[in-house]
Design a binder for this molecule. Structure first.
Ligand code: MF3
Ligand code: CO
Ligand code: CO
Length: 287
């Protein structure tokens, strides 16, 4: 397992840089061993439990900083460490992306408001294994239009995951997502961010882009670990990053939504490492 790339620690690199350097260095996609699945299950479970913990906490008046603090404590209390903390200078455990924020929203003292939709994205490391997952949450009463986007995004992620098996390609995943979200539902798939290999490192190959063509891309093999994390917009797909260097927003300020699972390729299909132990897969969550 490579912990550095061209002499640079992988955790100092942002996704696209790491992926580009990896490609240029001729790095290939790592296949893990059957016994490595157990490490990913432990990491994935803690990450998913942290998201379950958020379900009764997300409500009008609550700050995203407070949600971040709860996740920080949960992760540490369970023997894990927040992978985002210190990553490229990021200072929080989770990303909290509200309404038109596409991803990498920074927790702050701004209170959530009735009608908001928010994505909470957490990544934990335990015994060197990474678990990376995110879900959407409704703040109070949410308009039907926003609920529809969230449902489409969840379905997009699951359609992408459901095609995963040895011999399928990363392009098959992108095609499943794009043909549904754009073709059937007339939403837009974000191009500028993608899913990623993970395991011993946070961001690695393969690159999981959420659009594409059947049969293109990298062929999947048993033991590959990666995320599927589509960002779907109600308006156009274009994104810009704010001056804080992190917060990505839709250029047209339309609503954006995202879900993320960490998965492994098995001999017959896939295993999801970050399923909610409480069955809270997609809102509205039944408390
Ligand atoms: N969890 C994000 C992902 O899905 C990465 C966040 S990096 C951070 O890949 F530094 F912003 F936290
Ligand atoms: Co991820
Ligand atoms: Co994530």
């Amino acid at each position: 397992m490579t912990e550095t790339l061209l002499g640079i620690p992988l955790d100092r690199l942002v996704d696209r840089e790491a992926i580009e350097l990896a490609r240029r260095a001729g790095m290939s996609v790592v296949s893990y061993r059957p016994e490595d699945f157990e490490g990913m299950r432990r990491a994935g479970r803690i990450a998913a439990e942290a998201l379950d913990l958020m379900v009764p906490e997300v409500k009008p008046g609550v700050t995203t900083e407070y949600l971040d603090k709860l996740c920080f404590e949960y992760v540490l209390d369970h023997g894990a460490f927040p992978a985002c903390l210190g990553y490229r200078g990021y200072r929080h455990t989770v990303c909290t992306s509200v309404n038109h924020v596409v991803c990498h929203g920074i927790p702050s003292d701004r209170a959530l408001r009735d009608g908001d939709v928010v994505n909470i994205d957490v990544t934990v490391i335990i015994d060197g294994w990474h678990g990376d997952t995110s879900r959407m949450y409704y703040v109070g009463d949410v308009k039907r239009k926003a609920q529809r986007l969230v449902e489409i995004t969840y379905e997009s992620m699951m359609r992408g995951i459901n095609v995963v098996k040895p011999g399928a390609t990363t392009g098959d995943i992108g095609y499943a997502i794009q043909s549904y979200a754009e073709g059937e539902e007339r939403c837009s798939v974000v191009r500028d961010f993608c899913g990623h290999g993970l395991g011993r490192v946070f961001h690695a190959l393969p690159n999981i882009v959420h659009f594409g063509r059947k049969g293109h891309g990298t062929q999947l093999r048993p033991g590959m670990f990666f995320t599927v994390e589509p960002m779907i917009n109600l308006g156009g797909h274009a994104v810009k990053v704010l001056n804080d260097g992190w917060t990505a927003v839709t250029r047209d300020r339309s609503l954006s939504s995202q879900f993320e699972h960490s998965i492994g390729v098995t001999p017959t299909g896939f295993e999801i490492f970050t399923l909610s132990p409480k069955g809270w897969h997609c809102p509205p969550y039944d408390i």
